[in-house]
Design a protein around this ligand. Structure first.
Ligand code: HEM
Length: 277
């Protein structure tokens, strides 16, 4: 019989007394101590980890979106597109994750739901920051964060900057000048669909060869919104499966609110133009 494998004979480092280990590098003690359950029900751990991992992926999405916006402003469209492609993959990852949560039945969830109090993903400041960054800027969504001035400040700093779509429109305006009301509206307001913007994007889709970079950027944005919409749809479907039409812990109508959010368009003209082609 062969001897059991000894990795130290193969050069594997075994002594981490004065060296940075895997756990040190990743702050695993902190990370793995953050799953505080409030009940002794079996499925609460799944519920917590599903939310925490989603928040971690959202953190990366924000990191990428913010860098993509800077690259676009600096005229580095190719780098920006690589980052936007990554954000779409992040949402694809988050979409697959619903399959794990869907194994939680209504009876599993009701066993600990009361312990959540009024807490809800509705108060996820990172989700709101992603929406603000992409261009869906509803300032009424700042209110649930009023008890945390640091978070309000973070979200307001985001609102003071042009959204990703605004920056894409800046790039578009270099090829097709756009009206003042589109280019110079207050950054804290959501862009409203505009005929001149749609006409400009339509030109690009009619002749992609001539405007390849803008065409590629437009498709990257559509891709991103496509995956984002799937996330919303998967969320509302999971919610209906688990709580039916009960009100949300956050106080909204629940499924009725989430269905309403399905109609939100982030990059409206990029969808509307398709009917004209
Ligand atoms: C069984 C699991 C889940 C249920 C029953 C549920 C339920 C709900 C409900 C009812 C709302 C509407 C707000 C309210 O509470 O009144 C909501 C919003 C939200 N939830 Fe969930 N949720 C679940 C899982 C998740 C997960 C895993 C995430 C990941 C972070 C998440 C993130 C969000 C976000 C970001 C919102 C705000 C959406 C918006 O304002 O458009 N939820 N959820």
């Amino acid at each position: 019989m062969s001897k059991p494998y000894d990795p130290s004979k193969d050069g594997a480092e075994m002594n981490f007394k004065d060296r940075m280990s895997y756990g040190d590098y990743l702050s695993l003690d902190m990370l793995l101590n953050a799953q505080k359950t409030w009940t002794d029900t079996h499925d609460e751990m799944l519920f917590i980890i599903q939310h925490q991992t989603s928040e971690l992926w959202m953190r990366l999405a924000l990191h990428e979106l913010s860098a993509a916006r800077t690259c676009l402003l600096d005229g580095k469209a190719h780098q920006a597109m690589k980052m936007l492609a990554r954000v779409s993959r992040i949402f694809e990852q988050l979409n697959s994750a619903w399959d794990v949560l869907r194994t939680m039945t209504p009876s599993d969830y009701t066993a600990f739901r009361d312990e959540l109090g009024q807490s809800s993903g509705f108060q996820s400041h990172q989700y709101r920051q992603i929406e603000f960054m992409l261009g869906n800027r509803n300032t009424a969504m700042l209110k649930p964060h009023a008890h945390r001035p640091d978070l309000v400040e973070l979200l307001q700093e985001e609102l003071a900057q042009p959204s990703l779509y605004d920056v894409a429109l800046k790039a578009l305006a270099q090829a097709f000048p756009l009206p003042d009301e589109v280019m110079n509206r207050p950054s804290s307001e959501t862009h409203q669909p505009h005929a001149a913007v749609q006409a400009a994007w339509t030109e690009i889709y009619r002749d992609p060869e001539t405007h390849w970079e803008l065409y590629e950027l437009a498709e990257k944005l559509v891709d991103l919104e496509d995956y984002f919409r799937r996330w919303r749809f998967n969320h509302v479907t999971t919610v209906e499966r688990v709580i039916g039409f009960k009100r949300g812990t956050g106080g909204t109508g629940g499924v009725s609110y989430l269905k309403r959010m399905l109609a939100v368009e982030l990059f409206p003209e990029l969808w509307h133009l398709r009917t004209e082609l």
